[in-house]
Design a protein around this ligand. Structure first.
Ligand code: CUA
Length: 325
């Protein structure tokens, strides 16, 4: 483990020196697979060479009674690899599930992939392009969307990669364990300037990160901007408590299970909220008429993220900056 802050001046892709909470587990699995496959390849190659030499034409070996039943041997070479591979599956699935479930206290940061840059927005409203500042030792949840093509947010030193897919909300979470600067790539061919879609992640101490957030231009936070959109786009006209239109209440809706008109039920997450804004006719809640107009094309991905962040925060009627951290 290297305790020196990483510098981007160091050459190479930072394939060594794990820098996130999940990186060590991924490396362990990778090295174990490499050793296992290497050992098997060596064993098979050695057997091939040894058997070729021993049973070559003219060699004085006993060929009088070839075995006709190799049941025990066959059972062994079926059962042992089967158990080994099932074990690898269970091991990898466990790591995968950890990577799929952001802790509830993770710091949300919104990321939009766009030809050809990464646009990022912290909860406080501070924005950056092709750079990501995060505190060390605190779980961070990236909420990804794409404005156009499929992009892929790739952090080699963190051993993490997640596609940003148009029309979908995807997630990535990690806890940065090492201070310093790390490379950030787009790893999905997304157009002529794909190769230029690179950047860096700066991991800072929590105190430094707080100072960095405060040093930026004073802007409304993500949730506050979502609230402003909630009113300016006309959502409040139907979804507020005093409205004469029969529309679902949005306060505290996030995370709940709702019953749909066609009998299905869904858990309200970011994807469901985003879809309900751009495809309102698809998942109509039971007891409501499908009267909501679609906002597809009227709100860009950043605005959709802000609106969804506001709903995720419980759709408070007076969001405060304090509610963001
Ligand atoms: Cu974006 Cu490649």
């Amino acid at each position: 483990m290297n305790d020196q802050p990483a510098r981007l001046a160091e050459p190479g892709l930072q394939l060594f020196g794990a820098a996130s909470s999940v990186a060590t587990a991924t490396d362990t699995l990778f090295v174990a697979l490499l050793l296992l496959c290497g050992a098997m390849a060596l064993l098979l190659a050695a057997l091939v060479v040894w058997l070729c030499v021993r049973y070559r034409a003219g060699a004085a070996v006993d060929r009088s009674d070839p075995p006709s039943d190799a049941g025990a041997l066959e059972t062994t070479w079926i059962v042992v690899p089967l158990l080994v591979f099932l074990g690898i599956f269970a091991w990898a699935a466990r790591d995968f599930l950890v990577e799929q479930r952001p802790p509830p206290d993770a710091l949300p940061i919104h990321v939009v992939g766009k030809q050809w840059m990464w646009k990022l927005e912290h909860g406080s409203g501070r924005r950056e392009i092709n750079e990501l500042h995060v505190p060390q030792g605190r779980p961070v949840e990236l909420i990804l969307a794409s404005e156009d093509a499929i992009h892929s947010f790739y952090l080699p030193a963190f051993r993490l990669k997640q596609d940003a897919v148009p029309g979908r909300v995807t997630h990535l979470w990690f806890t940065a364990t090492r201070l310093g600067e790390f490379r950030l790539f787009c790893s999905e061919f997304c157009g002529s300037e794909h190769a230029g879609m690179v950047g860096k992640v700066t991991v800072m101490s929590p105190a430094e990160y707080a100072r960095w957030l405060d040093a930026g231009p004073v802007e409304p936070g993500t949730v506050q901007q979502g609230f402003a959109l909630y009113r300016s786009s006309g959502c409040s006209g139907c979804h507020d408590a005093g409205s004469t239109v029969h529309a679902p209440m949005l306060q505290g809706l996030y995370g709940r299970r709702v019953q749909l008109q066609d009998g299905r039920s869904v858990t309200v997450d970011e994807s469901y909220l985003r879809d309900s804004i751009v495809l309102p006719g698809r998942d109509v809640v039971a007891g409501f008429a499908p009267i909501m107009p679609s906002y597809a094309g009227q709100l860009d991905e950043t605005q959709l993220q802000q609106l969804v962040a506001y709903l995720r925060a419980g759709a408070p009627s007076n969001p405060t900056p304090e509610a963001l951290r």
